[in-house]
Structures are given as C-alpha cells and as structure tokens.
Design a binder for this molecule. Sequence first.
Ligand SMILES: [Zn+2]
Length: 213
Amino acid sequence: MWARLLKKSFRLQNFLTSFFEIFSLNQCLQCQKESVPLVCGKCLSRIERVQNSATGPFSYGRYEGVLKNLIHLFKYENKFALASPLAKLLLEVAPQNGDVIIPVPLHLKKLRERKYNQSVLLGQELSKVMPLPVYGNVLKKTMPTTSQTELSQLGRQKNVLNTFSVAHADRIQGKHVLLLDDVYTTGATGAECEKILLQAGAQKVSIVTLARS
Ligand SMILES: [Zn+2]
C-alpha cells in the first residue's frame, strides 16, 4: 500500500513540477512578473544604452544592472533561450553592411567546463535575423588564457597575444567580419582577434557585443 501511495505522490510531484515549469515560461526572467517574451519590455527599457562611435565597438548597453544579470543567466545558468532576445539587441547595433558573423571562440578546455560557447549561440540567433552566415570554425582559440579579470590593460594584451588562429581563411577573404562577443571590457581580446582576422585576409572587422564595461 505504501509503495502505491509513494508512486502516486511521485506522479503528483512530477505533474506539479511540469505544471510549474510550463507556468514559469510565462514569466520574465528578470522581474518574474507575468510576461510572454522571456524578458519583459519594462526590464529591457531599464538597460542603460551606450553611445557607439562610427568605428565601433558596437555595443548595446552598459555592463550593469539588468543587462549584466541577463548575460550572467545566459552564460552561467544555462538559460539558452535568452539567445533569441539577446540577439535582437545585437541586431539594433550591429553594422548593416557586414558579410559574415564570427563568434569569439573559447579554448577547448573552457568549452568543456562550460559545455557551450555563449557567443556561438548568439551568433546563430543573430544570423537568423540579419541574415548572414555564421562561422563557428574559422577563428580558433589555440592557447588557453588565465582569467583576464585581475589584469591591467597591458597585462590583458600580453595574456591574449598569439592565442588565436584562423582556419578556412577562404571564408573571410575580402569580407567585412562582425566579430561577436558578450562583453567588451578593455578590448584586448577583440583587438587580437581583429588583428589575426585581417592578417588572414578579412577586409574589415567590426566588434559587436551585448555590453560594454
Ligand atoms: Zn521584467
């Protein structure tokens, strides 16, 4: 009898869990209020926008508050579904004359730790709306780097020097590359990737990011 009751209660628990999961799909990930888009308009409007110069980097907002939290959820809390609303923010700032989208890669070691590269997911979503091809296998991170967080500007530049390489260079010959990343900090990573993409034959590189600190 106990076994049957336990089984019943287990089923009920399963039912309740799925019920709440379905219900929570209609919640804003930021404020938890009822919302059909994953992030409600009110929360999006609280993102502090940044001014972009004609040469870039092209970023949507300041790396703080709502945007910082959304990036954190997307990057570390497996909220993959945020790729679509976040890509729409990128669409607002990305230069319209790009030819290809290239996400900033992670080294294999880091990719194994994190399970996925958030920039690749963003690139795939952005490529649906731009629409442009996205190449996740052109730029490669061949050397792991230690965390950039504690380093000075010069330290960061040295830390990423010669840690990237280009494969399938034919895909970027004479092309305007939109180089995609989540956050622009000192620009050391972006500058290193830009250098190597230009050396490999790209005509121009524009750095596009969600946030800038
Ligand atoms: Zn909200």
